[in-house]
Design a protein around this ligand. Structure first.
Ligand SMILES: [Zn+2]
Length: 105
């Protein structure tokens, strides 16, 4: 079944906003879900090999258990991902992030 308009985070976990890409990361160790903003003006490095024109190499620290979560990804100039990899956590959808916040209240 095809869900029109629904984002497939397995294909692209990055939410493209005006000045940044937003990603939702779930910590493998404690299950904490975090929202991270990757600024287009600052966080991308221009790449000259392979298919990726822009790359990121980010290390995030879980604000609850201090587990380290590493995100590597390459993008086309349009910020469409060519490849992405996460270690120490997993990508989740915006919906899952919103649900997680409600659980804490
Ligand atoms: Zn954690």
């Amino acid at each position: 079944m095809f869900w029109k308009g629904k984002k497939d985070i397995l294909k692209n976990p990055f939410y493209n906003e005006k000045d940044s890409l937003v990603v939702y990361i779930k910590c493998d160790r404690c299950g904490n879900v975090m929202k991270k903003r990757i600024l287009k003006s600052r966080d991308f490095v221009v790449s000259y090999d392979g298919n990726a024109a822009l790359v990121i190499d980010k290390l995030y620290v879980c604000d609850k258990c201090y587990n380290q979560i590493k995100v590597d990804a390459g993008f086309k100039r349009s910020y469409k991902p060519v490849y992405f990899e996460i270690n120490g956590g997993s990508f989740v959808s915006e919906e899952e992030y919103d649900e997680g916040k409600e659980d804490e209240k």
